[in-house]
Write a new protein. Sequence first.
Length: 317
Amino acid sequence: MKAYLDFEKPVADLEGKIAELQALGDEQGSVGIDDEISRLREKADQALRDIYAKLNPWQKTQVARHPRRPHTRDYIQRLIEEFTPLAGDRSFGEDAAIMGGLGRFRGRPVVVMGHEKGHDTQTRLEHNFGMARPEGYRKAVRLMEMADNFAMPVVTFIDTAGAYPGIGAEERGQAEAIARGTDACLKLGVPNVATVVGEGGSGGAVAIATASRVLMLEHSIYTVASPEASASILWRDSARAADAATAMKITAQDLQGFGVIDRIVKEPVGGAHRDTETAIDAVGDAIAEALAEFDGRAPEEVRRMRREKFLAIGRGL
């Protein structure tokens, strides 16, 4: 059963009528019903295109959080061959909110990692809804150092509401772990490509997204704090999340204009959750093109290009 967002109600109504007519057609086998189904399907497709052509920032936030949107595990399963997961930070323990390991991306050995939210209640609890603790970021640093040692590019997938804010995480140095993750990204002598595939929340995203090239799916968001948290801070009213989403300029289109990200990856009509394979393949093509830009470049040049990219953000606005 499809999960519809509030603003998709016109599409939900049309697709509901289609389902009813299909059930009736199976019973009666009427040609007239088939014609009506075709007409309604065209109408539903057009309604979906019209809605997604003019999404506002809050609606994009809802799409970015859609429960059926593909997650890191889905990208790894489709894009990475011979994936070998690696676990633990060699200091405290394993954190399932960030999964990572070694594999081959279109024949090229890579280190891959990303936030994993889970797809049902059990796996969401197991992965802590994609909110990493310090050991998750220290594991990421360990993997990045391994990538540098063996001259393997780093591919990351970003999808988190933010780093886990629990007491235990703070006691184990959450802020320091995020800072070291960001520092490790900047020091890499190999190219790293980060793709925001859902939510890019706060330092929890930046810790593994400070990359040579930063990509975003068309309906994903990238923000210093969630719209709800920002509304609570600015207006002491989390119900004004839609206002905060608009004011903060968190969409891929806004961020490309500011130079924060390098490329927007188009999604299938209706969002990545409606055609996950097409969406994942589009991300794979974009990653391959980004990595190709750095072929044959020396480590110092890769570092210099990354540094200049981030120093240039906001200049000339």
